[in-house]
Design a protein around this ligand. Structure first.
Ligand SMILES: [Zn+2]
Length: 369
């Protein structure tokens, strides 16, 4: 067996039901709870991997029971891809200072150019499975060397044990079983392997899932908020796996009462399927469906504009439309009350621009009326 790589040996030994190390897992649920909260709230934050890994543990424990303790790095990487696809490509949240882009983001950017960015997760998964596979392999091999040991070591540290001592009790998971020494004799985690989760941790996370989820999301937002000033609905964007717009077609009747022309090309709209309701500022930026941000568009304009920002000349046009309703007690008037002031809309527009939301050049011939 000695010719096998540690990760293979680990898998082999598991198959043969051998105990590789005499690992004991912490079983006191209160201690585990405190360790989880402590590690998420304190400790080093040079990027958001820690939060992503904590979110993974919560998601995993929700979906599995305590028997499923062996987790491959590849499975963690799949979830990382989902989390960061949404943050980077759909919501364009900044993950850190300009010169410290985390590797996971670099991996996604290298594989996908900007025109793929607004896609929903299920759509991108159908369309680009081979690109995603490469991303996941890359994440598996390159993103976990630091965060996997760190989370466990920090947790062990919470119990007052000296960091270097090989403590026997593992808190979150056992990654030591798959450590190997590379040529420089440095201890490394074999990124082709995985971790063996503490079964008591799975139980504790299952029981306290909702509360701990809030802790993780709160800390993640705390990290991101300084870098994402003026981004609406940050909480929803980090907490939910994917935001889906409310059915905007239910507003069609109201909007048809205001105009019978396409907001962008000004052509007369034929009632029916070819009339679209468009989020003026992309839904991925605002994260809500509000009438102040909805306009009617013909199919052609709507499809071309898609998730991008319209040309700036249309900002004024929408402002004028909304201004007429500001003090009315109708649906649009009520919706406008969700904005603080008349400038908020303009600020949103330039803010979205600075966050790299794509812009559409506008309809070919007609200028806004
Ligand atoms: Zn049009």
């Amino acid at each position: 067996m000695s010719h096998l790589q540690p990760a293979q040996k680990y898998t082999e030994d598991l198959k043969n039901n051998k105990t590789i190390h005499c690992v004991e897992f912490e079983s006191d649920s209160e201690k585990l709870y405190n360790a989880f909260v402590n590690v998420v709230r304190h400790g080093k934050n040079n990027n958001t991997y820690k939060f992503a890994l904590a979110k993974f543990l919560l998601d995993y424990s929700k979906e599995h029971d305590k028997v499923k303790v062996n987790v491959k790095y590849k499975d963690i990487a799949k979830k990382f891809f989902d989390y960061y696809w949404l943050q980077e490509c759909r919501y364009r949240l900044r993950q850190g200072p300009k010169n410290q882009v985390p590797l996971v983001i670099k991996i996604i950017r290298e594989e996908f150019d900007e025109e793929n960015y607004p896609y929903r997760l299920n759509k991108i998964k159908l369309k680009h499975s081979s690109k995603i596979k490469r991303c996941i392999l890359n994440i598996t091999n390159n993103c976990f060397d630091d965060v996997i040991p760190r989370l466990e070591d920090d947790a062990e540290h919470c119990f007052g044990k000296p960091r270097k001592a090989q403590s026997k009790k593992r808190i979150f998971y056992d990654y030591h079983a798959i450590e190997y020494r590379d040529s420089a004799n440095n201890k490394r985690v074999d990124s082709k392997g995985g971790v063996r989760l503490n079964p008591y941790l799975i139980n504790m996370l299952k029981e306290n899932n909702d509360t701990l989820f809030i802790v993780v999301v709160f800390e993640w937002i705390k990290f991101l908020e300084k870098r994402n000033v003026g981004i609406p609905n940050l909480v929803e964007k980090i907490a939910n796996n994917e935001l889906m717009p409310r059915d905007q077609r239910k507003f069609i009747e109201y909007l048809e009462g205001l105009t019978d022309r396409c907001f962008y090309c000004n052509n007369k709209l034929k009632s029916g399927k070819n009339t679209h309701v468009d989020h003026f500022l992309p839904y991925d930026y605002v994260g809500t469906t509000e009438l102040w941000n909805l306009v009617l568009a013909c199919q052609k304009c709507n499809c071309k504009k898609s998730n991008s920002l319209p040309p700036e000349s249309f900002v004024k046009k929408l402002e004028i439309r909304n201004e007429e309703h500001r003090n009315k007690k109708d649906e649009l008037g009520m919706s406008l009350k969700t904005l603080w002031n008349e400038n908020e809309f303009k600020q949103y527009y330039s803010n979205a621009m600075s966050y790299r939301f794509p812009t559409w050049c506008g309809p070919a011939q007609n200028d806004p009326a």
